[in-house]
Design a protein around this ligand. Structure first.
Ligand code: FE2
Ligand code: FE2
Length: 286
């Protein structure tokens, strides 16, 4: 990590630890019962990361972060510039075996492209993790990556490590602890405040330019309790239920596209430069 923080605030040795944990959690063929077996002793760094995440992601925290970042006043950058900026996030991992952030983005988008999906979905694969630049703005890991979930209403037990919510101050706000909390039944996920992270941020950046299907993939790609475990159906509306299909179409590319060969960034550049120009302005507000 490029930012200086105490080890307990950054329990993952790098952001990829969380992605690796996800990949293991959802190994193909694994049952829901096996998913439940994750405990703190097996993954101490990941468990500590989720403890911090679950304890600190209060409704008040989320509203403040939305105000801070959703106004998009961190300057303008092209997509390439944003990707290069994210690539300066150097983790203390082995550079020979681990992919750079840019390589993960390209592996995701190239896998989508190989399967013949629409061009906007290839683009979505490339940009889906660009919001991790929040780390470079000084946000802690627990406020950038990790499963996302609605705040301001009762937490589902389908969220990983649900026991850590006991330490969240919102646990003592009765209004936030009912099934619907501050929301109306079936109000639609677009009206729900999600725990803050890279997903919501990149969706805000791309909102004016991409179709709803793409925006759902961006905004909800870490909302596993919903797209993988079927929780929170009572907050969803018809549009959410239609979009869920696309979120599920995207998820395997995020989870399983890590290949062994590094993408040839230089060779792929012309294709992606055209792709960005097709959908996005030369510079975007971040
Ligand atoms: Fe992500
Ligand atoms: Fe990802």
């Amino acid at each position: 990590m490029s930012t200086l923080v105490s080890p307990s605030a950054q329990p993952l040795s790098n952001l990829e630890d969380w992605d690796d944990f996800l990949e293991g959690r959802y190994k193909e063929g694994k049952s829901d019962a096996e998913f439940r077996q994750y405990d703190a002793t097996a993954n101490p760094g990941v468990a500590e990361f989720y403890r911090l995440n679950h304890e600190n992601q209060t409704l008040g925290y989320v509203l403040e972060k939305e105000k801070q970042y959703f106004a998009l006043n961190r300057g303008e950058k092209s997509v390439w510039e944003a990707a290069e900026y994210l690539n300066t996030l150097v983790d203390d991992s082995d550079p020979d075996t681990d992919l750079t952030q840019l390589e993960h983005l390209l592996q995701t988008s190239e896998a989508i492209r190989r399967d013949g999906h629409p061009r906007w979905m290839v683009l979505t694969g490339f940009i889906h993790d660009l919001g991790k630049c929040l780390c470079l703005y000084g946000e802690p890991q627990w406020g950038v990556v990790g499963d996302t979930f609605p705040v301001g209403c009762a937490w589902s037990d389908q969220i990983v490590f649900p026991e850590y919510f006991a330490g969240n101050p919102d646990a003592h706000v009765p209004e936030y602890q009912t099934k619907y909390g501050i929301y109306e039944p079936n109000c639609g996920l677009e009206n729900v405040h999600m725990s803050f992270g890279h997903d919501g941020y990149i969706a805000e950046v791309m909102k004016p330019y991409l179709p709803d299907e793409a925006l759902y993939m961006l905004r909800f790609h870490s909302f596993y309790a919903w797209h993988r475990h079927g929780a929170y159906g009572y907050l969803t509306n018809e549009k959410d239920r239609a979009m869920l299909e696309w979120v599920n179409k995207f998820n395997p590319y995020d989870l399983y596209s890590k290949g062994h060969t590094k993408p040839d960034v230089k060779a792929l550049m012309p294709y992606y430069t055209d792709l960005f120009a097709e959908f996005l302005p030369a510079r975007l507000r971040w």
